[in-house]
Design a binder for this molecule. Structure first.
Ligand code: UDX
Length: 437
């Protein structure tokens, strides 16, 4: 069966590229994946994977015979016609997306009328058009990724939707991409290239807006004595609103939301439009992390000389990704107030240690809490719900806890002896089960 399936090429084996390569191999395609970093290619060829993504390692192992890694573009071009570009597009100093890696890839591609460039990297609307101008004989399809870290394999295999953007002249290429995704069964939306590019940016900006919105509602709840969990549940029952992405906390992070909201704001600005709402969404997210300091000060007055434990460092559970993690800003703010910061994360500690060199890394949650004057739950790792909080309260110098993800049961914590602070909830509020993902 695998002989009949079209081989797939992947350019750039970062997180998106690796998941894409592994999943297409799982579907039975021969995959050839190219990266310019020789050490990465060597490690992957040996079966070593350097990112934490549930299910990915098993998939790569199971399909090792169907995936080849290489540094050579010629090998890739000889092995596959359909080429997924998965290189990163980090922000530049101006906040615009840095397209230098995308451009470098495009430069290497031949306009032989045979290969199809399928853009997975998140790029500003208009990028496809400018590549088409430079390389008129290259087939171009936009196919943005909507994978969430931690559930990326599942998201790939069971997509809500697959967006395929192509302009007139590239229908054949779009059909070929559609054929790749058809077996997955998600809705396939065909669009023009600029609209496909905007769908990706607008989707991430909307999700970020939803979170900043509920975080502002949470802040108002604190003023008026309401519980944001109940509010979100009530709002989410309205079909037009829906329950997802209404979980209040200390703000969003990760590789996409920060970069993409700023890139969209800049894209709008460069085109002469001031995207006011998005500016506020970004500001709210920045301030939300910093409110933790005020919450701690309510209990401890000054933070100078206090030992504060951060529980969780990754930007969300089930990943070791530290990009734009709230813990980075929080640790710096706490140290700025004169606090001594100790942290624990079950998966991201090693990666985090390279970014947070003044933070002491503990090897368990209990070790981090030992002698601490306060704790902040930053990432909702399941093991924190299982912790013996009675023992934790006894081990801390002062059992103050800011639950930055409204993850723990406030009543249980209070019973254990904690001074509890949530986000938009009081210690007396019952835990809510509002869906977050
Ligand atoms: C996101 C998009 O969801 C995905 O479609 C896109 O392709 C890449 O960016 P990801 O960054 O992996 O995925 O994580 P996501 O699950 O979306 O969470 C982003 C951040 O929002 C996390 O920091 C999370 O803690 C926070 N969040 C999420 C909330 O604070 N509240 C919520 O209700 C949901």
């Amino acid at each position: 069966m695998s002989e009949q399936l079209e081989p797939v090429g992947v350019i750039g084996v970062g997180w998106v590229g690796l998941v894409t390569a592994a999943c297409f191999a799982e579907l039975g395609h021969q995959v050839i994946a190219r990266d310019i970093v020789p050490e990465k290619v060597e490690a992957l060829s040996r079966g070593e994977i350097t990112i934490h993504e549930p299910g990915l390692e098993e998939l790569l192992q199971r399909n090792a015979e169907r995936i080849a890694f290489t540094t050579e573009m010629d090998e890739l071009l000889a092995g596959a016609r359909l080429l997924f570009v998965c290189v990163d597009t980090p922000p530049t100093y101006s906040g615009d997306a840095d397209l230098s890696r995308v451009r470098a890839v495009v430069e290497e591609l031949r306009e032989d009328g045979d290969h199809v460039l399928i853009m997975k990297s998140t790029v500003p609307a208009g990028t496809g058009e400018s590549i088409r101008r430079d390389k008129p004989n290259l087939s171009y399809v936009s196919c943005p990724e909507f994978l969430k870290e931690g559930t990326a394999v599942k998201d790939f295999m069971h997509p809500d939707r697959v967006v395929i953007g192509a302009d007139p002249g590239d229908e054949g290429a779009a059909e070929a991409v559609e054929a790749l995704y058809k077996p997955l069964g998600g809705e396939i939306l065909r669009a023009d290239v600029a609209s496909a590019e905007m769908i990706k940016l607008a989707s991430n900006a909307f999700l970020a807006t939803k979170i900043s919105f509920i975080n502002e509602i949470a802040n108002v709840c604190e003023e008026v004595g309401a519980d944001v969990g109940q509010v979100a549940e009530g709002m989410g029952l309205d079909e037009r609103i829906g329950p997802k992405f209404l979980k209040a906390g200390i703000g969003w992070g990760g590789s996409c939301f920060g970069k993409d909201t700023i890139a969209l704001k800049k894209l709008a600005g460069n085109s002469g439009y001031h995207f006011q709402l998005l500016s506020a969404v970004i500001d709210v997210n920045e301030l939300q992390k910093r409110r933790v300091v005020q919450k701690l000060k309510k209990h401890l007055d000054s933070l100078a000389g206090r030992r504060v434990a951060l529980l969780g460092l990754a930007f969300k559970p089930d990943t070791d990704d530290m990009r734009d993690a709230a813990s980075l800003v929080l640790a710096a703010r706490l140290e700025g107030e004169g606090a001594e910061v100790v942290a624990y994360d079950p998966v991201a500690a090693e990666r985090a240690a390279t970014l947070l060199d003044s933070v002491e890394m503990a090897t368990s949650a209990m070790e981090a809490l030992e002698g601490a004057d306060a704790a902040v739950l930053v990432t909702e790792w399941p093991e924190f719900a299982e912790l013996d909080w009675v023992a934790a309260a006894e081990r801390m110098a002062r059992p103050v806890l800011v639950d930055g993800r409204n993850f723990l049961d406030p009543q249980k914590l209070v019973k254990a002896g904690f001074e509890y602070e949530g986000i938009g909830r009081t210690a007396l509020d019952a835990p809510r089960t509002a869906s977050a993902s």
